[in-house]
Design a protein around this ligand. Structure first.
Ligand SMILES: C[S@@+](CC[C@H](N)C(=O)[O-])C[C@H]1O[C@@H](n2cnc3c(N)ncnc32)[C@H](O)[C@@H]1O
Length: 180
């Protein structure tokens, strides 16, 4: 279950940017994602070679940032469309094609406590459904996340005990950064 306070926070963030035109929203979303990923980069020591997870390749924009700023870390990408396979595998990273909820369980078992950063960007326009999706994703991924790992997400995802470090209330787009 996602906590009510985090759901309220999300609605506040959405209300804050609701009046913006879609082009501005697109720019702001990209800008927030860039800031959050770079913030995570600054919080993880350069010599840390732990695993990074990208949940939702989409158009590959955030992956492209991740592969540059985490060039020394193995990145595993999940998407239910195969579009990023060539790019990701060409980098020597791993692409898992399929529904993340079907694909993830064995990967979690192989990665207990090994993931330093998970970026999750699979939100849709169906907020109620997203809440179930993100509650399940948090619970499923949690055993693979290292103590102190960071999780950035476009929807509330917090699992019991995770700390909210940053949110989109300070930005022109809704986003969350949690620490495990
Ligand atoms: C908003 S896009 C991600 C955009 C990406 N961060 C970027 O910068 O281009 C979300 C992606 O997640 C994928 N997705 C949504 N639900 C999924 C699921 N349950 N399992 C795997 N992939 C999923 C969608 O197909 C889509 O490609």
């Amino acid at each position: 279950m996602i906590k009510d306070e985090n759901i309220e926070l999300f609605h506040k963030m959405v209300a804050q940017v609701a009046g913006d035109d879609r082009l501005t929203q697109m720019k702001n979303r990209a800008s927030v994602q860039l800031d959050f990923i770079d913030m995570v980069r600054s919080l993880i020591p350069e010599d840390d070679r732990s695993v990074v997870w990208e949940v939702g390749y989409g158009g590959g924009r955030t992956y492209d940032r991740l592969r540059r700023v985490f060039a020394q870390n193995p990145i595993t990408v999940f998407d239910n469309r195969p579009d990023g396979t060539e790019m990701v595998e060409g980098d020597g990273n791993i692409f898992h094609y399929g529904d993340v909820f079907e694909v993830l369980p064995p990967i979690v078992s192989e990665n207990i406590g090994k993931v330093r950063f998970m970026h999750a960007d699979i939100g849709t326009s169906k907020f109620d459904r997203d809440m179930g999706t993100y509650a399940s994703l948090g619970a499923l991924a949690a055993p693979a996340l290292a103590p102190g790992a960071l999780v950035a997400s476009d929807r509330p995802i917090a699992v019991e005990g995770w700390t909210l470090l940053k949110c989109g209330l300070d930005y022109p787009w809704s986003y969350f950064l949690w620490q495990v």
